[in-house]
Write a protein that binds this ligand. Structure first.
Ligand code: ATP
Length: 332
């Protein structure tokens, strides 16, 4: 019997949920390619190790940018590899796949995602909006006549939505999220300390000492990079409040979008949100102090989902399982 699979085809990570098994795969969305032959050399974790360290004949590609496909062939190759690795595809049975997508994707982007999943071996492909499946994955009953609000802050996009009766009532999807924060940190270190750091180092700084609100006794971290002027390796000490400063404007954009979503809903729904609060999902939800910052700015309680990185894949898989159960009970 064909398996139901939920995929979070993310800019930073691909997560796969398999029916009856849960989230079984979580790997970086990276493909390493031989520049001469264009042959795929490695995918996922193995390819990620090569980012910033590739010799001339190897290129590490991120096939998704800002939450959507930027390199179709590489996305297909990546999906093919991951689905093959799961062992759920055979000559006799192919899985049904639900893929999560940002709310503002274009028709062309939509088709590209569907086609890549089909070519990677899906029997049927479904597409659902990211904040909707993230809310399901976070355990919210979005089908109830009561409003829920989700902020899903990923690598490339922040998807913000208010949902009621199973539908999105108001939403924003902005192509500003964790990757932009990494970029902000790298620019800050370069401008303020004259040190060049790579994408992965900037991300490590964010994860280790990054904070959304200034700290009284900021954490410190030693960071290595290349001196702007001499080109030689050098190390500096950074403190958490510098990182807060570096990320400040980008976080303000995410808060502004959340504010806009709240501003356009009806008063009854707004009252539900004040009661129930906002749930944050996605890797960005793990940024220290992000809940306190958003709660303070919007005047609404903010909770972090239990497994924020898993919610989208889990929700996509669970939605597909529900659809299957409904079909079976109708048939009976
Ligand atoms: N502890 C942490 N603190 C801050 N940020 C974190 C932490 N852990 C992960 N992240 C960030 O979360 C982001 C990845 O989140 P996630 O896996 O939800 O995104 P994605 O689904 O790949 O992206 P998108 O939904 O935009 O396509 C990365 O930018 C990563 O740096």
């Amino acid at each position: 019997m064909a398996k139901e699979i939920g995929i979070d085809l993310g800019t930073a990570n691909v997560l796969v949920y398999v029916e009856d098994k849960g989230v079984v795969l979580n790997e970086p969305s990276v493909v390493a390619v031989d520049t001469k032959t264009e042959k795929v050399l490695a995918v996922g974790t193995e390819a990620y190790q090569m980012v910033g360290r590739t010799p001339d004949n190897i290129r590490a590609v991120r096939p998704l940018k800002d939450g959507v496909i930027s390199d179709f062939d590489m996305t297909e190759a990546m999906l093919n590899y991951f689905i093959g690795k799961l062992g759920v595809k055979s000559a006799l049975s192919r899985p049904n796949i639900m893929v999560a997508a940002p709310t503002n994707i274009t028709e062309i982007e939509r088709k590209a995602i569907m086609e890549a999943a089909e070519k990677a071996g899906a029997a049927k492909v479904y597409l659902e909006y990211e904040p909707k499946v993230a809310a399901i994955g976070a355990g919210l009953d979005i089908f109830a006549p009561i409003a829920s609000m989700v902020i899903d802050m990923g690598g490339g996009t922040s998807d913000i939505a208010v949902l009621s009766l199973g539908d999105i009532v108001s939403s924003r999807s902005i192509r500003v999220a964790g990757d932009r924060l990494n970029h902000d940190i790298a620019s800050y270190v370069k401008n303020e300390h004259g040190l060049q750091v790579g994408e992965r180092t900037a991300e490590q700084i964010k994860i280790e000492i990054g904070t959304a609100i200034p700290e009284e006794e900021p954490q410190k971290m030693e960071v290595r990079g290349r001196d702007n002027f001499t080109g030689m390796p050098r190390s500096i000490e950074l403190d958490a409040n510098e990182i807060e400063l570096a990320m400040h404007d980008t976080l303000a954009q995410i808060i502004k979008a959340s504010h806009d979503v709240l501003a356009e809903i009806q008063p009854e729904l707004a009252s539900d949100i004040i009661d129930r609060g906002i749930v944050m999902t996605g890797g960005g939800a793990l940024l220290k102090g992000i809940d306190t910052l958003i709660a303070g700015k919007l005047g609404v309680p903010v909770m972090i989902a239990d497994h924020p990185l898993d919610n989208v894949a889990r929700g996509a898989g669970e939605l597909l399982e529900n659809m299957k159960q409904m079909k079976e009970s109708k048939r009976r």
